[in-house]
Design a protein around this ligand. Structure first.
Ligand SMILES: [Zn+2]
Length: 727
C-alpha cells in the first residue's frame, strides 16, 4: 500500500473492500457525516493539545481546557493542570517507534495487535484524533480503538463492497441511500455481575481482610474472563471491549445470529459455573441492544431532539440490563434442582464450627478457614505482590464440585490467571500491572493494565488486620471505611455531551478517563503515600472503597475529591461516605453498608459532599471544619487548654440546634463568648500565653454573625476523637 492512504482515499487503493471497511469505520467512530476538506493551511495544528472532554460537558461553565500531550503514566499528576503546552508529537512519535521496533513482528497476529494497542494507549491517549478539521476533544487512542472495533464488526458481517459504497455515499449525504443507515448491523452487549455487594462484604470481621480483597478481585477477573472469552470465540480483538470495570462490561459486536449464540452460550456457561460454585449468590446478567449506522452519527443541526445517538443506545442498554437483573435466573426456576442450587446451602447451624470468614462452610482447612476462603485470601496475597498477570485460554473444563477454589471457576470458564512478582517466564502471555512499560528482559509483554490491589503489610509480610489498622489511628483507636463514587455519571454519559457529540469515540474517551482515575491513580496514590495504612478493597469504574485508621480518612477523602476535581477540571464531582467502626470486631459488611448509606445521604442532600458522623457536608465546609478541628487540637495538645473547652462548645452547639429547630428562644451566643473569656482568664493566670491568641483565633473561625458555624459538632467530635487515647 505504498503511497496509498486507504482510509482517506479508498478508491485509489487496490485492497478496496478492506480499505472501504476502514474508511467507513473511521468515519462512524467519530460520527462524521461527511468528509470535510482537510484544511492544512490552518496554523498550529502540530501544537494543538487534547481538549479535556469533561470541560465540554453540559451544565459546566467556563472555558475549554486542555490536557498536556505526554505519554501515559499511572500517577496522572501531569494531567491535573493544563501545564505548559509542550508540543510533543515528534518526541512521542519517536518513543512510540522505538518501542514498536523492539516488538517481535513474527509472533501471532493477535499478540502483535494487542501489543500495538497497548503502545498506542500509552502514546496516543492524550493526543487529539484530529486537530485540523475537527474539535480536538477525542483521544487518538480511543478514535483508533473504536475504529478497529467497528472495522472488526464490518469485516465479520461480510458486507458486500457495493453495500459499503452505499453506506459511504449515505454518509456523504446521498438522499437515495439514507435508508441504508437504518440497518442494525451492530450489537451493544452490556453485562453485569449481580450480587456483588453481598458477595464481597458478607464476610465476618474476624480475619475479614484476608477474604475481602480476594473476593473483589475474583469478581473483576470473572467479568474479564467472560468478556475475553466472548471476544476470543468471535475472533474479535480487545478493541471491541468498550468498557470493563466495577463488575460490568460493554462489548460492541456484529449483529449476527452467530454472535447472539456465542453471547448466549457464555451467559449460560458463566451462570451454570457461578450457580455451581456460589449457589446463586452471583449471576451474570446480559442485555443486547442493536445499533444502527445512524446511531453512530452526530445529530445534524435541527434534529438533535429526535436523534437516537450512541449515548442513547448505551442508556437503553443500561436500562435493559437493570430490567434483566430484576428477573435474573428466570430461566432456572422451572427446574427444582436449580432452585435448590440458587437458594444455596442452608446457613450453618453450629456456628462455632463454621468458617470464620464466610460463616457458611463447615469443612475447615488447616488454618481454621474453609478452602474457598483460603483460596480468596491466597489470590489477594498473590495479586498484591504481583507486577504481572499471566493469562491463558483453554477448553473449558467441567466444574468440579464441591467448590473449594476460585481456580475451579476459571478452569470451568476456560481461562487461567497467574500472578507473578518476578519477570514472567512467558511475557507474551502477561499483562504488566500498573505500569506502562511492557518490556521485560525476556521480551515484550502482551500489554499493560491497571488494577487497584494495594494492601498494607506487617513487617513479616502478612496483611495487616482491622485491629492493626485501628491501632495506627491518631487519638481514638478505630478503623473506618471510606466509599466514594462519581455524581450523576449515568446522566453525564448519556446527556452530558452536546447532542452532536454523543458518539462512540467520545463516550469511550470520557468513560476511560473517569475509570483511569480510580484504577490507575487511586492505586498509585495509595501505594506511594498511604502504603502502610490503607487497605484498598476496590477502585475502578467510577467508585472506590477502602479501609484505614479512621484519623486518616477525612483528609484522604478530601485529597481524593480535590484530585478528581483537578482531573476533570472541576466539571465532575464525587460524593463520599466515611464510617467509623464502633469496635474492632465490627462486621466489615455492616461498616461498608453504613458508609454506603452515608454516600446515599450525601447524594440526597445535593451531591458533591461527604457523609460523616451521620451528616452530609459540602467539601468546602469540610475544609473550614478541618481548620476548626486543627485549632481545637492545637489548643488541647500544645497550649494546655482543658478538655472542658470541647464540652463548652458542644453545649453551645446543642443550644444553637434547639434555636434553629424551634426558632425560640433566641440563641445566646454570649454564653459561649463568656465561657471562652473565663477560660482565657484562667489560662493567662496559669501563664499559658500561647493559648490566649489561639482561643481568639478559634472564636473568629467558629462564630459568624453571632452564630456558630454550621456543622460545628463535626469539628468538635473530630477533635475529641483525635485527642482521646483510649480505644
Ligand atoms: Zn469460608
Amino acid at each position: 500500500m505504498q503511497g496509498c492512504y486507504p482510509h482517506h482515499a479508498p478508491e485509489a487503493c487496490t485492497w478496496s473492500r478492506l480499505a472501504k471497511i476502514v474508511t467507513l469505520a473511521d468515519r462512524l467512530s467519530s460520527g462524521e457525516r461527511e468528509s470535510l476538506p482537510e484544511d492544512s493551511s490552518q496554523k498550529k495544528v502540530v501544537e494543538t493539545p487534547l481538549t479535556c472532554l469533561s470541560t465540554k460537558l453540559a451544565g459546566t461553565n467556563g472555558a475549554l481546557e486542555d490536557f498536556p500531550m505526554l505519554a501515559l503514566e499511572p500517577d496522572l499528576k501531569h494531567w491535573f493542570s493544563p501545564g505548559p503546552h509542550r508540543t510533543t508529537y515528534p518526541s512521542l512519535w519517536e518513543a512510540f517507534n522505538h518501542e514498536v521496533a523492539k516488538l517481535d513482528k513474527g509472533v501471532a497476529f493477535d499478540l502483535i495487535l494487542q501489543q500495538l494497542m497497548s503502545l498506542l494507549e500509552k502514546y496516543t491517549l492524550f493526543m487529539p484524533a484530529a486537530a485540523y478539521r475537527d474539535r480536538p476533544d477525542i483521544s487518538l487512542y480511543h478514535h483508533l480503538k473504536a475504529t478497529a472495533a467497528l472495522a472488526g464488526c464490518l469485516y465479520d458481517l461480510e458486507i458486500s463492497e457495493s453495500l459499503l459504497e452505499e453506506l459511504l455515499s449515505a454518509l456523504k449525504g446521498s438522499a437515495k441511500h439514507q435508508p441504508t443507515l437504518e440497518r442494525g448491523d451492530f450489537l451493544l452487549v452490556a453485562a453485569d455481575v449481580s450480587g456483588i455487594q453481598d458477595f464481597i462484604y458478607s464476610v465476618t470481621s474476624e480475619k475479614a481482610l484476608r477474604g475481602l480483597k480476594g473476593r473483589s478481585l475474583y469478581l473483576e477477573l470473572v467479568c474479564q474472563a467472560v468478556a475475553w472469552q466472548i471476544l476470543a470465540n468471535l475472533e474479535l480483538p480487545l478493541a471491541n471491549l468498550l468498557f470493563l470495570g466495577g463488575g460490568h462490561f460493554y462489548l460492541l459486536l456484529p449483529n449476527s445470529q452467530k454472535v447472539k449464540e456465542v453471547v448466549q452460550l457464555w451467559q449460560d456457561r458463566a451462570n451454570t459455573v457461578l450457580v455451581g460454585a456460589h449457589g446463586g449468590r452471583l449471576a451474570l446478567v446480559l442485555h443486547e441492544e442493536p445499533v444502527t449506522y445512524r446511531n453512530l452519527l452526530r445529530a445534524p443541526a435541527g434534529q438533535e431532539k429526535a436523534w437516537v445517538s450512541f449515548a442513547e443506545v448505551w442508556r437503553q442498554a443500561a436500562a435493559g440490563l437493570a430490567r434483566e437483573k430484576r428477573r435474573k435466573f428466570a430461566s432456572y426456576w422451572g427446574d427444582p434442582q436449580s432452585v435448590v442450587e440458587i437458594l444455596g446451602p442452608m446457613p450453618a447451624t453450629g456456628e462455632e464450627f463454621a468458617c470464620p470468614i464466610c460463616s457458611e462452610e463447615l469443612l475447615l482447612g488447616p488454618e481454621g478457614i474453609c478452602e474457598a476462603c483460603t483460596g480468596f485470601a491466597d489470590l489477594a496475597r498473590k495479586v498484591a505482590a504481583a507486577r504481572f498477570m499471566e493469562f491463558s485460554r483453554f477448553d473449558p473444563q467441567p466444574l468440579t464440585l464441591p467448590f473449594t477454589s476460585y481456580e475451579q471457576v476459571f478452569q470451568a470458564m476456560g481461562v487461567g490467571f497467574k500472578f507473578n512478582s518476578d519477570d514472567p517466564p512467558r511475557p507474551e502471555r502477561a499483562l504488566v500491572l500498573n505500569q506502562t512499560d511492557i518490556f521485560t528482559p525476556k521480551g515484550p509483554c502482551m500489554g499493560f493494565t491497571f488494577m487497584a490491589h494495594h494492601v498494607p503489610r506487617r513487617g513479616d509480610g502478612s496483611v495487616k488486620t482491622l485491629e492493626d489498622l485501628a491501632q495506627i489511628a491518631t487519638g481514638i483507636k478505630k478503623w473506618g471505611v471510606l466509599r466514594a463514587d462519581v455524581d450523576n455519571l449515568g446522566l453525564v454519559f448519556t446527556e452530558g455531551l452536546g447532542p452532536e457529540d454523543r458518539t462512540l469515540s467520545r463516550l469511550s474517551t470520557l468513560s476511560s478517563l473517569v475509570s483511569l482515575f480510580f484504577s490507575a491513580y487511586v492505586q498509585n496514590l495509595i501505594q506511594r503515600e498511604y502504603g502502610e495504612s490503607v487497605y484498598l478493597v476496590y477502585a475502578g469504574g467510577d467508585d472506590l472503597c477502602l479501609l484505614a485508621p479512621w484519623s486518616l480518612l477525612p483528609d484522604l477523602s478530601r485529597r481524593l475529591r480535590d484530585d478528581f476535581s483537578k482531573w476533570t477540571r472541576g466539571r465532575l464531582s464525587l460524593s463520599a461516605g466515611l464510617y467509623l467502626a464502633p469496635r474492632d470486631k465490627f462486621p466489615v459488611y455492616q461498616a461498608a453498608s453504613e458508609a454506603g448509606d452515608l454516600v446515599s445521604q450525601a447524594k440526597h442532600e445535593g451531591k458533591d459532599r461527604l457523609g460523616i458522623f451521620g451528616q452530609a457536608v459540602c467539601w468546602g465546609d469540610l475544609e473550614t471544619l478541618a481548620t476548626v478541628k486543627e485549632q481545637l487540637v492545637s489548643l488541647l495538645n500544645e497550649h494546655g487548654a482543658p478538655r472542658a473547652l470541647l464540652s463548652l462548645i458542644k453545649a453551645s452547639w446543642q443550644e444553637h440546634e434547639q434555636y434553629t429547630q424551634t426558632k425560640l428562644p433566641l440563641y445566646r451566643v454570649w454564653r459561649l463568648l463568656y465561657g471562652l473569656r473565663r477560660m482565657t482568664e484562667r489560662l493567662s493566670r496559669d501563664k499559658k500565653t500561647g493559648a490566649i491568641g489561639a482561643l481568639t483565633e478559634l472564636e473568629q473561625t467558629l462564630i459568624i454573625n453571632h452564630h456558630l458555624r454550621s456543622h460545628t459538632d463535626i469539628a468538635i467530635r473530630w477533635a475529641e476523637y483525635l485527642t482521646r487515647e483510649e480505644g
